[in-house]
Design a protein around this ligand. Structure first.
Ligand SMILES: Cc1cc2nc3c(=O)[nH]c(=O)nc-3n(C[C@H](O)[C@H](O)[C@H](O)COP(=O)(O)OP(=O)(O)OC[C@H]3O[C@@H](n4cnc5c(N)ncnc54)[C@H](O)[C@@H]3O)c2cc1C
Length: 577
């Protein structure tokens, strides 16, 4: 049913929650057990091929790999004088984290706000990712932040990349964030000056700025990574990473690919969006797959203008508030839940999850005509082990005669020659090779060294495990706030989480200003409490070990309990903050 059209304030989108109370196993338990065994076997196969975990990737895009990091959108770097001044709040990064926190700071009356950004504009993810088909997988009315404040209703149920990028620019304009912003500038060093109670910030443009408060808004998925494949540098054709799309080569309408043999490595969320367009435009397209994504129905539609017109003021805030409310259970439901053992709840969750994944398999069988291709596209893992995808044109793309799936059955491509990738002795000769290999995940201080009160490098502090309070503060780093890092809650709609963090950060800064404090820091006790909270909740399930390797579970490095997200739930996280 078209929920958004039929009701004024429908429930926000919920992904991956299976109702244990009403779920009934559709099949005998032995059926589910057999599928779980297959999930485990597929996971083990992948762990066997790549025991090195996250080390199988590199995001050190320097030397021969430097071309994969170059900004193709910003044009010539504008020459300017080095900046040598002091601001009150400085954001490292100019994506949604910086924008929505700045909006709140403006509401508190903070005037001196600077964004320092590597790209040539604000937008972050939506500045860098312009590949064909780029769009958000979360319903636009939930994902796009500050819709009430901006008096804006998204054009479609799911927003496309250009609309999201334009929304970022509109926020920056409305809140006057361009005035002090510096673009095409990378922060390389952030050092706390204890005597002055100020941060000293150095950039790759020779700037030496000072700021009272620094917000690390460097992004959860903003530094591109490549799989370490033998011979990668030797490829003589054209190649680029999806977050640095080369439209000079492909042309805006992809007509530059009409006579080209194209390869794409990776079948994650980006590839799923890019492949339909690539398939339609390329002479031949080879899709190199290690592990398939789960592809559910998208069913996008344009926003009904009559629905949009009737939305009452503050509708998005109300919608968000609903997402934070506990589910309303009847007395009978509560009693049923209380009577159910933990094992029974887990079993019901898993069975419902398997039923969902088998529906995903069935959809593949219904759409993909070639039986072998259909089999190869089936994901064998629990829902949410890997980033889920929603697309109506991805599976049909494999029915095109020019689109070829090269299924590496969990192994991945291990060799590239000057002509292109090799798999099981077969050379794939390509004109262009596109890397849809993703990003470094949730790291704080990318491109940038952060030194705190005692001169300690943040990475050094984290050597034995990440240590924060609610994922935002780290003791010994006064007036430094971290957004989107580990030890915070994980939300499929990330902007909900970022808004929660941004509201908290703005409130902290306002508190310090109103009470005349020069600096704020977490206590060692509070930090230790939070680290233990994170460890306790991460230890409650065996999901990390059971899932197929992917970026959600550190590619199978299942012992990293302290370094992941807080698993106590978003409502609990929100309450703690
Ligand atoms: C392809 C793609 C699709 C996505 N789809 C979804 C989705 O469907 N739903 C969802 O909830 N989320 C999605 N995300 C996650 C998305 O990143 C977040 O929703 C959100 O945009 C993050 O905002 P941010 O400001 O925290 O980070 P970003 O948008 O990544 O911005 C961080 C910025 O910091 C800059 N930066 C980093 N280090 C420095 C430095 N040292 N100096 C200067 N600048 C620096 C980077 O250049 C970057 O522009 C997606 C991400 C990607 C990559």
């Amino acid at each position: 049913m078209n929920m958004e059209k039929s009701k004024d304030l429908p429930q926000p989108q919920v992904i991956g929650a299976f109702d244990v109370l009403s779920s009934k196993a559709a099949k005998p338990q032995a059926y589910y057990d057999r599928i779980k065994q297959k999930f485990a076997a597929e996971r083990d196969l992948r762990l066997h091929y790549r025991p090195e975990g996250t080390a199988q990737y590199t995001s050190d895009l320097t030397g021969a790999l430097a071309k994969y990091a170059v900004d193709p959108y910003g044009g010539e770097i504008t020459l300017r004088e080095a900046i040598n001044d002091t601001v009150e709040c400085l954001f490292i990064g100019g994506g949604f984290s910086a924008l929505l926190t700045s909006a709140r700071l403006r509401e508190y009356g903070v005037e001196s706000i600077r964004i320092v950004e590597r790209g040539a504009d604000v937008g972050g993810t939506w500045y860098w990712n312009r590949y064909p088909g780029v769009a958000c997988d979360v319903v636009a009315y939930d994902y796009l932040p500050l819709l009430d404040e901006m008096d804006y209703v998204p054009k479609d149920h799911y927003a496309k990349g250009p609309e999201i990028y334009a929304h970022c620019q509109a926020i920056a304009k409305k809140y006057h964030l361009y005035e002090l912003a510096t673009f095409q500038t990378t922060v390389t060093s952030t050092v706390w000056d204890e005597a002055e109670e100020m941060w000293n910030i150095i950039t790759d443009r020779g700037d030496q700025m000072k700021a009272r408060f620094v917000i690390c808004a460097n992004g959860t998925l903003s530094k591109p990574k490549l799989a370490k494949i033998n011979g990668l540098e030797s490829f003589k054709g054209h190649s680029f990473h999806t977050s640095r799309w080369d439209y000079d080569y492909t042309k805006a309408d992809l007509s530059g690919l009409a006579d080209k043999v194209v390869g794409i490595i990776g079948t994650g969320a980006t590839a799923v969006q890019a492949i339909p367009g690539l398939g339609a435009a390329s002479k031949e397209l080879y899709v190199f797959q290690r592990t398939p994504s789960s592809i559910d129905i998208r069913n996008d539609w344009p926003t009904d203008p009559n629905w949009a017109r009737k939305l009452p003021p503050g509708w998005q805030a109300k919608r968000r508030a609903r997402a934070l409310m506990d589910p309303q259970l009847t007395a009978e439901q509560k009693a049923k839940q209380a009577a159910m053992s933990r094992e029974e709840k887990i079993r019901r969750q898993e069975n419902a999850n398997i039923d969902y994944m088998m529906r995903i398999h069935q959809r593949i069988d219904e759409i993909v005509k070639d039986k072998a291709t259909a089999e190869a596209l089936k994901p064998w893992y629990m829902f949410m082990c890997k980033r889920p995808c929603f697309h109506d044109d991805y599976l049909p793309a494999f029915n095109r005669p020019n689109v070829h799936l090269v299924d590496t059955k969990g192994k991945g491509i291990t060799e590239i020659t000057e002509k292109g990738p090799v798999f099981e002795g077969k050379q794939y000769e390509l004109d262009v090779l596109i890397y849809a290999t993703g990003f470094e995940v949730q790291k704080t201080g990318i491109y940038n060294q952060i030194k705190g009160a005692n001169g300690l490098d943040l990475n050094e502090k984290y050597r034995e495990g990440i240590r924060t309070l609610v994922g935002i503060h780290s003791q010994g780093y006064p007036n430094l706030f971290i957004m989107g890092g580990y030890q915070a809650s994980f939300q499929f709609n990330l902007t909900d989480m970022l808004q929660t963090q941004g509201d908290h950060i703005a409130a902290c800064i306002d508190y310090a200003r109103r009470h005349g404090y020069q600096s704020l820091d977490a206590t060692a006790e509070a930090e230790e409490w939070w680290v233990q909270e994170v460890i306790t909740h991460r230890g409650k399930t065996t999901r990390n070990q059971e899932c197929t390797p992917g970026y959600y579970n550190f590619e199978g490095e299942s012992n990293r309990r302290q370094d992941g997200n807080y698993n106590g739930g978003f409502r609990q996280y929100f309450t703690h903050i």
